[in-house]
Ligand binder design. Structure first.
Ligand code: C2E
Ligand code: CA
Ligand code: CA
Ligand code: CA
Length: 277
């Protein structure tokens, strides 16, 4: 299906920019939202197990829509990908998040910043160069950036792999997001310069103390250990899950048990005291 879709996107009869032909109201609004800075970032803490110390944050985008209130990414990221503005959106997210995190690092130098990257962004030539230029502008150290990629048909392609290799060589770390949910996750492990596995919350939810329930989580974490990868569990909602993940050797955790995605002002309370000016 994904392949069929990208073939259609590239077809000559489909090459009109939606802006030329009108497009849906939401489409027009999304183009404007990026220009008029109606996008916001929330930051969800990622903590070290078992002590719960702040290790990093994941930037999660929101759209402060003038009429509809705050929209979650699931309501507009697929649209942004479809109408070809995901590149602009992604550059805005990286610039905003790295500028913010550079300020926080004055209080917590080891703070990691995780930023989500759509497979579509990796399609664009120059993606790697743009990422490095933005980090240069904002003064954010590449070694503290983690790019979270989800698998999509395109990620296996040679050009995308080459872009990730450039970023990896610059010290940026690559995380496989929602690990375990895709049919070809294991194949990506061999093809991409992966540093981090993010165990999908589906498998964390199954950690109910029975041996069957934790089977996938256990297998993924074991795989991470064998390959010497950093492991992060997503969607941790209870102390029991945190305890079980610790026993299974998971390095880090993220979820409502620790904190929801926070505004920059609220995230600041997680940092040691100090000057942020
Ligand atoms: P994701 O990367 O898997 O992000 C984690 C999602 O799980 C977030 O939803 C977060 O709010 C939610 N979550 C965190 N802890 C818990 C928990 O304990 N329980 C449950 N049930 N959920 C939890 P959110 O913010 O709505 O983001 C949804 C997706 O949108 C993200 O999934 C990511 O794929 C995408 N996304 C977010 N920001 C960006 C962005 O800047 N660029 C791109 N390309 N995609 C983004
Ligand atoms: Ca993510
Ligand atoms: Ca995820
Ligand atoms: Ca997800």
């Amino acid at each position: 299906l994904e392949e069929a879709r990208s073939r259609t996107d590239g077809a000559p009869w489909a090459c009109y920019e939606p802006s030329m032909t009108g497009g849906s109201p939401l489409e027009q609004e999304l183009r404007e939202a990026i220009r008029k800075s109606q996008l916001r970032l929330l930051y969800q803490p990622i903590v070290a197990l078992p002590d719960g110390d702040l290790a990093g944050v994941e930037a999660l985008v929101r759209w402060a829509h003038p009429g509809r209130g705050t929209l979650d990414p699931d309501a507009f990221i697929p649209l942004a990908e479809r109408i070809g503005v995901i590149g602009d959106l992604g550059r805005w997210v990286l610039r905003e998040a790295s500028a913010q995190a550079a300020r926080w690092q004055r209080r917590l130098p080891a703070l990691q910043l995780n930023v989500n990257v759509s497979p579509r962004q990796l399609d664009e030539d120059g993606f790697a160069a743009q990422v490095l230029a933005i980090l240069d502008d904002t003064g954010f150290f590449p070694g503290n950036l983690v790019l979270e990629v989800t698998e999509g048909a395109v990620i296996g392609e040679r050009a995308s792999v080459a872009q990730l290799a450039v970023l990896s060589n610059a010290g940026i770390r690559i995380a496989l997001d929602d690990f375990g949910t895709g049919y070809s996750s294991l194949r990506y492990l061999a093809r991409l310069p992966v540093d981090v596995l993010k165990l999908d919350r589906l498998f964390v939810a199954e950690l109910d103390g029975t041996s069957r329930g934790g089977a996938v989580a256990q297998a993924v974490l074991r795989l991470g250990q064998i390959l010497h990868l950093d492991t992060v569990a997503e969607g941790v909602e209870s102390e029991a899950q945190a305890r079980e993940l610790t026993i299974l050797g998971c390095h880090k955790a993220q979820g409502f048990h620790y904190a929801h995605p926070l505004t920059p002002a609220d995230l600041q309370r997680w940092l040691p005291a100090g000057d942020l000016s």
